[in-house]
Design a protein around this ligand. Sequence first.
Ligand code: HEC
Length: 142
Amino acid sequence: MRYAGTVAVLALSLVLATGVAGGERRSAGQEFPSGVTRETVTEGRSVYLGKGLCYVCHGRRGGGVERAGSSLRDTLWYHSDGSYRSITELTRRGISARASATNIPMPPRGGSEIDEEEVRAAAAYVWWISRGGDPGGPGPRQ
Ligand code: HEC
């Protein structure tokens, strides 16, 4: 009996470790929001650091820039409930000076030319780093 139990535990650990049980949406204990994969987050990082201009105001690693944009890596949200949906919405719409906690506005899409898909990808990257994900990105699947 004891032996059977141990075997079951080992088998279960193996399944969890290889990710079979959680499917490919799992990473470091995080459940990706619906429609988001590690590829979306990786793509979002390039948008964030490139065309989306997010890094200009929020820092290259999302830690924030004084007198520009707040940190996107702390658990403090001024305008969002921290959900992927609300981060996407904010990224799309921006934040008016009146609504801003610092009176500094965020232009819609950060003032950049990114399209809807890139908005979602950038938001997925922000979602990722806000949950303690590596700012370097999720990396390739193990
Ligand atoms: C021109 C500067 C600027 C750029 C570029 C910019 N932001 Fe912002 N962002 C801000 C400011 C300012 C705030 C509001 C901070 C406050 O209320 O004090 C903000 C807030 C946010 C918030 C809400 C944070 C919270 O605490 O609720 C998110 C999410 C966000 N930005 C994402 C992005 C993304 C993604 C991009 C790139 C597409 C981006 N931002 C580009 C200036 C910028």
